[in-house]
Design a protein around this ligand. Structure first.
Ligand code: CP
Length: 308
């Protein structure tokens, strides 16, 4: 049984195998209707619980569709309708759920909730986003980068904006897949120092540069995310917008990157805030491929977790 909790907690060999499997499963579905079953049905007879304590479009639908394509059954549960952490401990919830379902995917606030669920569940647990990281998204993004530009090793990724949970998973991936990251953003929103340390410990060159145009020079990809994340207080909105405006990904920033650099964003986006529509809809943007690849990457993650 494998939990998929974070990219830094999963071996490079397993991560690479999942990426390869995701791409093979994607290729096998070319031209097929979305609702058609895969030729192989590795999840036949498996029940998957998808639990959300926060809103979701991509994670919810891509896990649901992916599990069904592989023959699995799913139930989508809202954290607030369950006794999760209020009325029943996370540990007891994990023990109970493990008697009903074969795998738990959890989107929650505090990483400690995810870790407690994994510690006490006797079935695999997948991190569907916490305030700390978003590994499923970055697995999809790796599939996306590789299908457009080939291996990541030695590439320069530039993260512009808030050093948030998605940025953390990019740093974990940099360490595991051997690419470099330049962070550009205000000091108060610097990336998680443990994630920076992890990437550096694996040989990744992690640079922090407050000048967005200088940071973007020679980039193979420029990545950003919303200025106000789901876990940020609404009262911080105006301050964050003022701090982050210089880090908007626009034509000037893309112009500093390599001519074939990709623009990446996990979505949802606030158009003309963290990135202009010109960039989001431009020829270097792969944002909707990233969304599609959530489906294929997570199918590979589900199979790896279940060993099927
Ligand atoms: N990127 C992402 O996780 O999207 P959702 O919040 O819609 O699931």
């Amino acid at each position: 049984m494998n939990h998929f909790l974070d990219i830094d907690k999963t071996s490079p060999a397993d991560l690479t195998a999942m990426i390869r499997n995701a791409r093979a499963m994607k290729d096998a579905r070319i031209g097929k209707p979305k609702g058609m079953a895969d030729a192989e049905q590795p999840l036949a007879g498996r029940m998957i619980a998808l639990i959300f304590e926060k809103p979701s479009t991509r994670t919810r639908i891509s896990f649901d569709v992916g599990a069904r394509q592989m023959g699995g059954e799913t139930m989508v549960l809202s954290g607030k309708d369950m006794q999760l952490g209020h009325g029943e401990s996370i540990a007891d919830t994990a023990r109970v759920l493990s008697r009903y379902v074969d795998l738990i995917m959890l989107r929650t606030f505090d990483e400690a909730t995810l870790l407690e669920m994994a510690e006490h569940a006797t079935v695999p647990v997948i991190n569907g986003l916490t305030d700390t990281s978003h590994p499923c998204q970055i697995m999809a993004d790796i599939v996306t980068y590789e299908e457009h530009r080939g291996p990541l090793k030695g590439r320069k990724f530039v993260w512009s904006g808030d050093g948030n949970n998605v940025c953390t998973s990019w740093l974990h991936a940099a360490g595991q897949f051997g690419f470099d990251v330049t962070f550009t953003g205000p000091e108060t929103l610097d990336p998680n120092p443990r994630a920076v340390e992890f990437a550096r410990s694996k040989g990744s060159n992690v640079v922090i540069d407050r000048d967005p145009l200088r940071a973007a020079q020679g980039a193979d990809a420029i990545v950003t995310d919303t200025w106000v994340s789901m876990h940020d207080p609404e009262s911080a909105r105006e301050r964050r917008h003022n701090q982050l405006r210089p880090y908007q990904v626009n034509g000037a920033m893309m112009g500093e990157a390599k001519p074939d650099a990709l623009f990446m964003h996990c979505l949802p986006a606030h158009r003309n805030e963290e990135a202009t529509s010109e960039v989001m809809d431009g020829p270097q943007s792969v944002i909707f491929d990233e969304s599609e690849n959530r489906l294929h990457a997570q199918k590979a993650i589900l199979r790896w977790c279940l060993g099927v």
